[in-house]
Ligand binder design. Structure first.
Ligand SMILES: Cc1cc2nc3c(=O)[nH]c(=O)nc-3n(C[C@H](O)[C@H](O)[C@H](O)COP(=O)(O)O)c2cc1C
Length: 262
């Protein structure tokens, strides 16, 4: 048996993790009608957590409201699914991630797993941010720019100034995976975080700026400690007390390889 060590590469550019809670798990217009039809039947609470490599982590929370949700602009399309009977009335969380070398994906999954244990009555989903866009354009990944799988979301989101404050019912938090060796440290996530706020969304937790040059796992842990008390307010049932959940490493440090001896 050989024991080796493996650490996820930290050299990639952009990761986005967004977690959202909504009946359609998204914001696209194709699900708009269903969303409106169901809004009276369910509690609309959405949380988006975005991890942008080189920048930020963000989360959004849709608040219950009597107002009709603003129909989001095209061409954003989210692969969606309708609520099952059991899901109706439950709060739903989707964690979106963007990544080049999968660090952000690991963070997103670890976050979702821990959240599931803390909030058993909510529904969690992890999603690649690229599934949020449908355009086929290709984008360059360079210093201060988003990675490929977040570029379409970033372009769509940053070019949508005409939307106004359409995210009023959303609360959000962002954690970014960056590296201070780069001139534009965590830039993409900072921009997204600001734009979310500009477009009406409200911070549930401050943006987290992870630094791959120091200890990004520690940065993520510290950000999560800020996140949980806020999520407790949103997701915990009144009769629930704070859950103590086991620590789940976002980056696997070791792997075991079995070697067949000749
Ligand atoms: C080509 C390249 C460009 C990068 N550009 C930036 C940048 O502009 N700002 C920043 O803070 N980090 C930058 N980074 C660092 C990554 O964001 C960081 O390593 C991150 O942890 C990678 O996450 P991932 O494994 O999920 O892709 C860059 C990394 C690479 C390889």
């Amino acid at each position: 048996m050989q024991i080796g060590s493996e650490k996820a590469s930290s050299l990639d550019l952009l990761s986005v993790v967004i977690a959202s809670l909504s009946d359609g798990y998204g914001l696209d217009s194709s699900t708009g009608d269903a969303f409106v039809e169901n809004r009276l039947l369910i509690v609309i609470l959405s949380i988006v957590i975005v991890v942008l490599v080189g920048c930020v982590a963000i989360f959004f929370v849709w608040r219950s409201s009597g107002r009709k949700p603003v129909e989001p602009p095209k061409p954003l399309v989210v692969k969606t699914q309708m609520d099952t009977k059991e899901d109706q009335g439950k709060k739903k969380v989707t964690v979106f991630f963007g990544t080049q070398t999968r660090t952000a994906e690991g963070f997103a999954k670890a976050l979702a797993e821990e959240a599931k244990a803390r909030y058993p009555n909510a529904i969690f989903k992890v999603m690649d941010i690229d599934e949020y866009a449908t355009e086929d354009d290709e984008y360059e990944y360079g210093d201060g720019e988003p990675i490929d799988n977040a570029a379409r979301f970033y372009k769509w989101f940053t070019e949508g100034k005409e939307r106004g404050t359409w995210l009023e019912n959303l609360q959000f938090g962002v954690f970014s995976l960056g590296n201070q060796q780069y001139e534009h440290f965590n830039k993409v996530a900072v921009v997204v975080d600001e734009l979310l706020h500009e477009q009406g969304a409200k911070h549930t937790v401050q943006v987290g700026l992870g630094d791959d040059d120091q200890g990004i796992e520690d940065d993520f842990s510290a950000w999560r400690e800020l996140l949980w008390p806020e999520l407790d307010k949103l997701l915990q049932d009144e009769n629930e007390t704070g859950a103590s959940t086991p620590y789940i490493a976002a980056i696997p440090e070791y792997r075991v390889v079995f070697v067949k001896l000749e």
